[in-house]
Design a protein around this ligand. Structure first.
Ligand SMILES: CC(C)(COP(=O)(O)OP(=O)(O)OC[C@H]1O[C@@H](n2cnc3c(N)ncnc32)[C@H](O)[C@@H]1OP(=O)(O)O)[C@@H](O)C(=O)NCCC(=O)NCCS
Length: 221
């Protein structure tokens, strides 16, 4: 039976092409900006994640096939990944000029540039960011994502992270339901026009009446 026999592991650079293929098969260019920019940009994003010592990708494998993944950054990822992938972005815009007039792309770029303003990022405690979670369409609804998320959360605990954040598109109600079911809490202070943020406190505590969200506040969109 599909999905009854899989293993979980941390991906390495040999997994890059299969990871990119899974990503491209799972998101359309309407729903995901990196896919809109193009395959080379998606590949550059994952290459950065695979080569960065503060990031990892937890994958589920059925034999040699990658059937699911969760990419994770320890600390902020948006700006360093954006800078590392900028040459590929510029090349993609030059070779596909339609991108230059794409509203959604500019909105995303402005959001990233806003994060560069001084005082926009405040961190208290080590945090992780779950970037993208995917399970191959043929393997969904079998608990594989739950297994990947659990293993990725454990890895973050091993790395002494105090809290994990994830951003989920507002229209992706299914995934929001899944994270709420796993005990993640909504972080209204991080919400952007198109994304809700959720967090999982790895070190539950009460301190002078503050909640974990207040103690580990990360960024102002
Ligand atoms: C979101 C996604 C990763 C879930 O993968 P999955 O392997 O099917 O998830 P699981 O089987 O582990 O399900 C987790 C829980 O959510 C529930 N669930 C899964 N899919 C669901 C759906 N479409 N509607 C409602 N609940 C759903 C499951 O019943 C399960 O609950 P349970 O533990 O009580 O049984 C997968 O649907 C996917 O890859 N979607 C496209 C990419 C995407 O949108 N990623 C998220 C944003 S980055």
């Amino acid at each position: 039976m599909l999905g009854n026999n899989y293993t979980l592991k941390i991906a390495n650079s040999d997994d890059l092409d299969k990871i990119v293929a899974l990503h491209l098969a799972s998101f359309s260019s309407d729903e995901h900006i990196p896919v809109l920019i193009g395959k080379q940009y998606v590949k550059a994003n994952y290459k950065w994640l695979l080569s960065n010592k503060n990031a990892f990708i937890l994958i589920a494998k059925d034999n040699k096939k990658i059937i699911g993944l969760q990419s994770v950054s320890i600390g902020s990822f948006e700006i360093p990944m954006f800078i590392a992938c900028l040459p590929v972005l510029l090349y993609s815009m030059l070779t596909n000029p339609k991108l230059i007039i794409n509203n959604n792309l500019w909105k995303r770029l402005i959001r990233i540039l806003n994060r560069l303003k001084p005082g926009k990022i405040k961190t208290h405690g080590k945090f992780a960011h779950f970037i993208i979670g995917i399970v191959d369409a043929d393997y969904r609804g079998k608990g594989i994502f739950s297994a990947i998320v659990n293993a990725a959360v454990q890895k973050c605990k091993d790395k002494n992270c105090k809290i994990i954040y994830t951003g989920i598109y507002k229209k992706n109600v299914t995934t929001q339901r899944i994270f709420l079911k796993y005990g993640w809490k909504i972080c209204p202070e991080m919400e952007t026009n198109e994304t809700y943020y959720y967090c999982l406190d790895l070190a539950p505590h009460q301190q002078s009446g503050k909640t974990a969200n207040q103690l580990y506040f990360v960024s102002v969109p």
